[in-house]
Design a protein around this ligand. Structure first.
Ligand code: SF4
Length: 354
């Protein structure tokens, strides 16, 4: 058992406290923090502006973790899907989506997920465990390492991979604090998006503790009857309560709540659904992401027809809603959440091992 402290679990104030506990000056924490996040230092040896004695002391009580990709799947459109082995027999995935030179990384927050949404492959794995703050941050750092090799940077982070981020807020909040720290990963909070299936009290906590992050809500149904069926969380926090939490969420100026809507053939893809959706969200600054359902084994749902997608999309656009219908980006590499892990468990033959 490793009793040393993983420094990547600590925000800058927490690192200051940790080092103060060892009788060290406050500025030491800033030095170490910058080495870790800006210089990507993986050992204390690399921290050359810190005395040899302190480096040796740190190595006695702490370590700096990393994630190495076990497999990377590269899509024809440049999308890269990473599978990270967590070292305890579990794995999570992250996806790099290069959109017009703006690299967006979609990261995971849990191994599996407890929310059991009926259309989602991750949901079928159930929740195994929460990711630590370090494991969340390390997904970004591992992808950044790759991206920097081609002289680029990461612009956006979306927490839409495996797991429900708001079900792991105790680790997600420090991870976001590290992402947006000017001495840490130096991302603007406007460039971080947290996606939720609708944990209402946790939405309020997130907004209170980290105002100005972007919020995405996985809505997927326009009646409680259907949402109760395909997203069990709705039985606890029905649509009305969820939308009220959206209205109260402290968004960055002039930003919009993104409503994710997985279109499932014959279930939620009619024009009546589109009309109800418009009514529900019209008094919230909004944009809509339509995500055509990707058929997968073990789930009886069907993909929507192209005609249904087009009609839904056009109905909303004609009423001045900003709508993006997710293209097949990542479709050829199974970017819908959880699907890479599903594949990996069936066999690694179609993955590029790195
Ligand atoms: S859609 Fe999201 S919240 Fe629902 S089961 Fe999948 S990972 Fe969990």
């Amino acid at each position: 058992m490793n009793h040393k402290v993983d420094l990547k679990n600590l925000t800058l104030p927490a690192l200051e406290q940790f080092l103060r506990g060892q009788g060290k000056e406050r500025f030491r924490a800033l030095q170490v923090f910058k080495w870790i996040y800006q210089q990507d230092a993986r050992t204390f040896e690399e921290m050359t502006n810190i005395s040899k004695e302190l480096r040796a002391e740190l190595a006695e009580t702490a370590y700096i973790s990393n994630l190495e990709a076990e497999a990377v799947e590269v899509g024809g459109d440049g999308t890269r899907k990473y599978l990270f082995n967590l070292g305890d027999g579990h794995a999570v995935e992250s996806v790099l989506i290069p959109i017009e030179g703006r690299n967006t990384v979609c990261i995971s927050s849990q191994v599996g997920c407890a929310m059991a949404c009926e259309f989602c492959l991750t949901g079928t794995f159930k929740l195994t465990r929460n990711l630590t703050t370090a494991e969340i941050v390390n997904q970004i750092m591992a992808v950044r390492h790759d991206v920097r090799e081609s002289g680029e940077e990461i612009r956006n982070i979306v927490m839409m991979g495996m797991g429900e981020p708001l079900h792991n807020l105790d680790n997600v909040i420090p991870a976001i604090q590290i992402m947006i720290d000017g001495n840490g990963l130096q991302l603007s909070n406007r460039r971080v998006t947290v996606s939720t299936c609708g944990l209402v009290p946790e939405m309020e906590r997130l907004g209170r503790e980290i105002p100005n992050v972007n919020l995405a809500v996985s809505l997927n149904a326009t009646t409680d009857e259907l949402r109760n069926r395909i997203m069990p969380i709705n039985r606890r926090y029905p649509i009305k309560a969820l939308l009220q939490a959206c209205r109260e969420f402290p968004l960055p100026g002039r930003r919009k709540v993104t409503f994710e809507y997985v279109m499932i053939g014959g279930i939620n893809d009619s024009l009546d659904d589109a009309k109800r959706l418009l009514r529900l969200i019209s008094d919230i600054p909004n944009k809509v992401n339509l995500i055509p359902f990707n058929e997968h084994k073990g789930c009886g749902f069907k993909a929507p027809t192209q005609a249904a997608i087009d009609a839904f999309h056009t109905f909303l656009i004609d009423r001045h809603v900003t709508v993006i219908t997710r293209d097949s980006r990542g479709g050829d590499i199974s970017a819908a959440c959880g699907q890479l892990k599903g594949k990996l468990e069936k066999g690694k033959s179609d993955l590029v091992t790195v």
